[in-house]
Design a protein around this ligand. Sequence first.
Ligand SMILES: [Zn+2]
Length: 287
Amino acid sequence: MWTDTHCHLDAPEFDADRAEAVARAVAAGVTHIVLPAVEMANFEAVRALAHAHGFVYALGIHPLYVGRAHDHDVQRLRQTLQAHRGDTRLVAVGEIGVDHFVPGLDRARQEHFYVEQLKLATEFDLPVVLHVRRSADTLLKHLRRIPVRGGIGHAFNGSEQQARGFVELGFKLGFGGAMTFDRALQIRRLAQSLPIEAIVLETDAPDIPPHWLYRTAPQRAAGEQARNEPAELPRIAATLADLRGLSLAALAEVTSANARAALPGLGLLHGPAAPAQVLGAPAERRA
Ligand SMILES: [Zn+2]
């Protein structure tokens, strides 16, 4: 059983075959999936998808969407968190953070939304799912003064020191398709050297395709697709299993346990792996 801790299943890239993508994921053993929101407009979509398929979701405003967000969206997020407080599938505030990679973004506005959403996470006692891109130090600065209950730094690509900063604050770091590229030396070094308890797996589908799905810009211009999907998680995980010298089964178990630790709501839903599931009780077997 695998846990994809970051998948944008509501993205339009899945409109044509969303149910099939879910079926492929489940067939590949990716039975637990975390669906982060990116803006008010998709809150209901991620909530409905989580309920329809037995997954979990997070609500938040993504740093790449704060430009078109309204100032009162933080207040509306608060009302939505309040309205769904009893929803066992709502497990985090996210995807939130700061992006210093994409040019032309309003850094002050990003930081304002990030800080206000950290405060909501503490108010509702939820972990956070963080978008970290060239922004680790900015994110850490605020996490050190606003005591959220941890969470996940998704698609992590910072330094070793920054990674340790997040881990010391109780965060797990998400690794996915980027790790499958031989040239991703820094990410691979981190994936190999961080404590295994600090690592969770993710696809970020439809984004961050692994190397076997990657298409160059000219290929994409010619109409070739480079869509990632949650069913790719076990093959992505094989890279990490190689780097760590672990079996796939052991890696699936430990990274899923890490996801449950980072997102306690996921643990409440699915609990620690029951012995019957580990051993494959008859009821769990499928032909
Ligand atoms: Zn994302």
